[in-house]
Design a protein around this ligand. Structure first.
Ligand code: ZN
Length: 161
C-alpha cells in the first residue's frame, strides 16, 4: 500500500471516529416544547423512546397552555399577566417518515443562532439529523404585531391607489 492511501485511510478513520463521537453526544434526544423569555430558554420534554410510536410524527403530548400554566408561571409568577401565546415558543418533534428531528419555532427564535444551539444542546438533538423550521403557528406577540403593521401599511397603500 502506498503512503497516500495510508493517509487517506487515516483521515477516513479519523472522520469515522468523529462521527461516532457526535453520535455518542447525541444519544438520548428529547422531544418536547419550549419558550424563550428574555433570551432564556425554558423547556420540558422526554426522550424519544418514551413517546408513543406513530405512523408519521412522534410528539410530546403536552400543549403550550398547560406548560405555561403548570410550569412557567410556577417558576415566574410575575409573568401571570401574559397568556401562553405571548412569548416566542416552539416544539421539537420527530418525523418518522423522513427520519429526522424537527425544531419548529417562532421565526424570532429561528433567527437567533445562539438560542437554537442551546435548544439543540440541551435537548441532545443530533445536529445532522435536525431540521430547523419556522412555523406561523408559533408566533409571539411581537412577531404578530409586526405582521399586522405590515398588513396595515399594505392596505393603506392599496386604499391610496
Ligand atoms: Zn416572535
Amino acid at each position: 500500500m502506498s503512503k497516500p492511501t495510508d493517509l487517506h485511510e487515516l483521515i477516513t478513520s479519523i472522520q469515522d471516529g468523529h462521527e461516532m463521537v457526535e453520535f455518542h453526544e447525541s444519544e438520548n434526544p428529547h422531544l418536547g416544547l419550549f419558550y424563550v423569555i428574555d433570551e432564556k430558554l425554558y423547556w420540558e420534554g422526554v426522550p424519544l423512546e418514551s413517546i408513543q410510536d406513530s405512523y408519521h410524527y412522534r410528539i410530546y403530548p403536552k400543549m403550550h397552555p398547560t406548560f405555561w400554566n403548570d410550569t412557567i408561571l410556577k417558576n415566574r409568577p410575575e409573568l401571570n399577566k401574559f397568556d401562553a401565546y405571548y412569548f416566542p415558543r416552539g416544539r421539537v418533534v420527530y418525523d418518522k417518515k423522513l427520519s429526522r428531528y424537527e425544531l419548529v419555532a417562532d421565526k424570532c427564535i429561528i433567527r437567533k443562532e445562539k438560542i437554537v444551539s442551546r435548544i439543540i444542546i440541551e435537548m441532545k438533538l443530533p445536529r445532522k439529523h435536525t431540521e430547523i423550521l419556522g412555523d406561523p403557528h408559533y408566533e409571539c406577540f411581537k412577531c404578530k404585531a409586526e405582521k399586522i403593521s405590515k398588513l396595515e401599511s399594505e392596505l393603506e397603500k392599496l386604499a391610496a391607489k
